[in-house]
Design a protein around this ligand. Structure first.
Ligand code: FS2
Ligand code: SF4
Length: 555
């Protein structure tokens, strides 16, 4: 196997025998095959649209769902990936037949467009995947062009994941699907195709960022139409006596269904990880048995889940190898998979509810410990006048966005140190599971001097980077300046491909001076890094320079 798509990759270079995440070689190679098949689907879907024909919605939805299954910490089940691969071949064959009927010619297509595993048990798919993995595809290619194309693939996986969340929330877009397919079609031609160079491949990655802006907007709309605009809300991090179910991941629609099915049963529901911002949505906070949040970021789950006295539902990323202590009470849903865990389909949570009832639950209620969430774009913009006045009066000197992913690495303490080094005249906007590096680690109840505005504003999930973009654009409009002229600094903690998509979106929007860490992606070559430094003043953080960076942000 060879995989370097995430920040935790071994030695910062690549996972070559088993993933640091726990992904085995068979699953990794099967995912390589599936991604190659998705490029073929992109090619034929694009050919079909160019012939003036419609692409079936089912083919587009299959594209995003299967791409999401290959994201870091989502699906570790080689059998499930092999099933996606089998379906991919059926989707490709049907799109190709329709495109050929409309005049497209197979002989004009790149080899990738007609590639497929010959059998669909997991070992056959993995064997086929070895032939189209990183090492095979990079042989003979320009290293920089290849790397830029990989960056586009990883960003596309992140955008596909958000598109899946949007779909669950009732939102989809043919334009988004067409643009994602077109990116895949370009990738099908590969790094050696005529006219492909570093500039065009970086442009392709930025096109993924552009599409992802639309996807995040669509998801924001889906969430707010379904559950209302988030409002500032204290979230209780203490336990409440009683039976309990824990829900992790990003899928608010799964949480709503679980809240509906547990209503009146005496079972309390707790959020975990990226589900924390759910407490700010009127349509979810109205359930009195949504009693609080349990635990920290995804990477602490092995320690925290064993102590949770009830079933656990993983709706999206990030799952880790279930430990014996809780293996019989962790459930996956949607694109998430781990061999041997129970998988929920059709949002039927009856098994979890019965299991929760049979367990002891929490024995007693602890004193409340709260943090605030719910500062989406509408809540922040409702105090925009106060924010602008605070800027004018000098009470607010800098807005600092510290968000993204969390992870194990000691160097990730950079983001906590940065937050702690910022003075009270800096407001900290946070989002994603990276928020756990900030919440409770700073003076959480503090307000910006001489204002009632909290210093730490939790804007939501990683996809709520859209809210941050929205606020920045509105403030720039009010101050009659560009986003890069605002008193705004960004520090992005990255781990997986959703963060790649968010970064590409920010770059597409022309945001400069972003700090990224805790380390540079393994897939970024020195020449790509130089191009991003020259074009966007992108900086990779130094774990020991948090205080110096805070001082520079306040200058
Ligand atoms: Fe955190 Fe994990 Fe949000 Fe990422 S829960 S690192 O995949 O998606 O942010
Ligand atoms: Fe390694 Fe990350 Fe790939 Fe897992 S997803 S195999 S940790 S690079």
């Amino acid at each position: 196997m060879a995989c370097m798509q995430c920040e935790q990759t071994e030695n910062g270079t690549g996972c070559f025998s088993v993933g640091v995440c726990g992904k085995d070689a068979t699953t990794a190679a099967a995912q390589d095959a599936l991604v190659h098949q998705l490029k073929a689907i992109g090619y034929w879907a694009t050919a079909l649209r160019e012939a003036g024909k419609e692409v079936p919605v089912s083919a587009s939805e299959f594209t995003i769902r299967s791409a999401f299954s290959t994201l870091t910490n989502v699906n570790f089940d080689a059998d499930a990936i092999a099933n996606f691969s089998k379906e991919a071949e059926a989707v490709r064959a049907s799109l190709q037949a329709a495109a050929e009927a409309a005049g497209a010619k197979a002989e004009d297509a790149p080899a990738t467009a007609t590639w497929s595993p010959s059998a669909f048990d997991k070992d056959s798919v993995a064997t086929a995947g070895h032939a189209v993995g990183l090492e095979a595809r990079s042989a003979g290619a320009d290293a920089d062009v290849f790397a830029a194309q990989e960056m586009a693939v990883y960003g596309l996986k992140g955008a596909a994941a958000y598109a899946c969340h949007a779909l669950e929330a009732g939102k989809s877009s043919e334009e988004v699907y067409a643009r994602l397919h077109k990116v895949l079609a370009t990738l099908a031609a590969g790094p050696n195709a005529s006219g492909v160079d570093l500039g065009s491949s970086l442009g392709l990655a930025l096109e993924v960022g552009a599409v992802n802006v639309n996807v995040m907007a669509m998801l924001d709309q889906g969430h707010t139409e379904k559950f209302g605009s988030p409002v500032p809300t204290p979230v209780n991090h203490a336990r409440t006596a009683g039976k309990a179910i824990l829900v992790s991941g990003h899928d608010l629609v799964d949480l709503e269904a679980l809240l509906q099915q547990t209503e009146g049963t005496g079972v309390n529901v707790y959020t975990h990880g990226e589900m924390l911002p759910a407490h700010g949505y009127p349509g979810l906070k109205k359930y009195s048995h949504l009693v609080g949040h349990y635990g920290g970021p995804w990477n602490l789950q092995k320690f925290e889940f064993r102590r949770f006295p009830g079933p656990i539902l993983m709706t999206t990323n990030c799952i880790m190898e279930p430990q014996t202590a809780y293996a019989d009470r962790i459930y996956t849903a949607n694109e998430v998979g781990w061999p041997s865990t129970q998988h929920v389909t059709g949002r039927d949570y009856s098994k979890l509810i019965e299991q929760a009832k049979a367990m002891e639950g929490f024995p007693e209620t602890e004193p409340e410990k709260t943090t605030l969430t719910g500062f989406g774009h509408s809540a922040v913009m409702s105090v925009a006048g106060d924010v602008l006045k605070a800027i004018e009066d000098g009470n607010l000197k800098q807005l600092v966005l510290i968000g993204g992913c969390d992870g194990f690495e000691g160097e990730r303490s950079y983001f906590t140190k940065l937050a702690q080094a910022l003075p009270d005249e800096a407001a900290i906007l946070t989002l994603g599971c990276g928020k756990f590096r900030v919440l409770n680690k700073t003076s959480g109840s503090a307000v910006i001097p001489n204002t009632g505005i909290p210093r730490v504003l939790d804007m939501g999930q990683c996809n709520d980077a859209y809210s941050a973009v929205h606020v920045a654009t509105e403030l720039a409009g009010a101050l009659k300046c560009g986003v890069n002229d605002l008193p705004l600094s960004l520090a992005l903690s990255w781990l997986e491909q959703k963060a790649v998509a968010v970064l590409l979106s920010l770059l597409h929007l022309g945001v400069k001076g972003i700090r990224v860490g805790p380390s540079a992606p393994a897939f970024v070559t020195p020449n790509i890094y130089k191009a991003l430094q020259d074009g966007f003043d992108l900086k990779v953080v130094d774990a020991d320079a948090a205080e110096a960076d805070a001082a520079e942000m306040m200058r």
